[in-house]
Design a protein around this ligand. Sequence first.
Ligand SMILES: NCCCC[C@H](NC(=O)[C@@H](N)CCCCN)C(=O)O
Length: 593
Amino acid sequence: MASQKSQLTVRWLVLLLACIMMIGNYYCYDNPASLHNSMQTLMPSTNFETYYSLLYTVYSIPNIVLPFFGGFFVDKLGAPICLIIFSSLILAGQIVFAFGASVESWPFMLMGRVIFGLGGENLTVAQSAVLAQWFVGKELALAFGINLSISRLGSVINNYVSPAVADDLAFSDFNGVSMALWVGALICGGSLFTAFMIVPIDKAATKRLKDTTKFNDDLTSSLLEDGEDGGGNNRSKASSFDGIRAVSAERMSTSAMLLHEDIDEEEIRLTDVKNFGVIFWLLSLSCLVVYGCVLPFNSFASGILSERNYFKAPSSSCVLMNPGECSSGLLAVNATKNPARDDGDFSEGVSNCPGDDFAPVFPTSLDSVTCNGVSGLSCDKSSYTFSTVTSSDIDCDDDFWSKGCAKNYCDAYSDATKTSDSVMSIPYFISAGLSPLLGFLVDRIGYRAVVASLAPCMLVWVHLTLGFESGSPIAPLIGQGVAYSLFAAVLWPSVPFSVEAKSVGTAYGLITAIQNFGLAVFPLIVSQLKSANGGLYLPNCEVFFTGCAAAGVLVGALLNIFDARRGGKLNSIDGKGRKEVADRGPPTPLMTT
Ligand SMILES: NCCCC[C@H](NC(=O)[C@@H](N)CCCCN)C(=O)O
């Protein structure tokens, strides 16, 4: 039934609805990232960063297991009904999250993200299964490409809309952050609505195709009986089949080889997983390591780019003109000549500090400095004492630092963050633009396994460049976007070619669960590497991402070897490969008369 759906024109409407349905998911997934600063202002706490990371952790951890069962339910209950269940969970999760922000409660916000996570990854699984049913054959990669492109637009739109809503749309009882999250809930409501629209379309198509298949079955049986009644010789059988063609040539063309392929009625078990072949497991491994240097990199990209390009550490010869100025009680407020500004070789008027793109220096120690008597300053603490000030001591949300002792530092930090945030959007912009085109090409030229190994090669170059060179990050980020788009264009459409049709949902669930293992664990590894390197990302974290990409190259090579041994399905255009063509054998007399 699945491949018959791919003959119906209504598939394009299903694709459109499936794309709109995913916008809510991608838009809301990155709500915390785009609202990070506003949330910190709304709910300041010493544990803010921990709570903030938990918003992502609680999303990912259950998804190390859940999508596997979600995928199984997709196969068992049918993908369309699962779209409604998972879209409802997303909406419910976002409502609880927004409510939590309205009442400024971390427990509610975290609970909301758990519920959102229960729906989020499973919705991707169900939606992949729906697209696989409707587009398997010659257009699957194109359908996935269009889908990813529109989904990623959701992420990009969120980056611009949510902070703007949070800044401009606060009402008396609703703070700006909660307003932005309620807008997300509204978008999720729209997604649920589109899920409801897909169900009747899918049901009607399934019924129509079942009726067609039954009609052809009945016609075939009755003509066979007629042929036998009329003497049963081969000649009369042949003319009977000529008759079948005349009556239902078009319907036969879509269903002739599929008469016995009604997967909906086959028994589906979780244990089917053990029949998944080596190609599926290699795809999963590839997904784990290659996505591991794409999505987690994106979460840290802002920090990495700041450290590498826009907020570089100044040399040790760059010092303050008066490093103890804050300590001596001369806390300058909005001064043109702030105490935390380097004046270089003061006698000669030469600066030892490089200037643009470097972090300004700040006081090295503070001894009981207070804000007392300084007007226009609202400081968090009554007095500040540090024998050694490090960058992690500086809280730019506290007026003491941002308007006083580290004004230049905080201003430059804010500028660097804005620049990094816009530059780090490059890979997702590229993915939104390129994915449909790449999908179209993959459907026409195949070479899925080849591309799955070339994309990580490009990622090796990207992360080596980011880790060990100091030039502009634009070229490597364009490379990251192209490699990511190429990889996604071949990975997801390859899954249906690696398992039986009845287990496609389970397969998508399992690969997503494996991917989420990486998405939950890799960020923890990156934070550990950063802490172990004195709070610096570079080069160690980039060495880690390079290692992931190199593993992707290796797995890609194995994928090509095993794919070639199994008939070259992944690298073929239609995903059938040489073996299946050979398996079909010579045309039967029945089909040739
Ligand atoms: N039809 C499958 C497309 C998957 C696209 C892929 N998504 C994922 O990998 C998700 N499991 C995780 C995305 C997190 C945001 N919701 C992608 O490239 O985004």
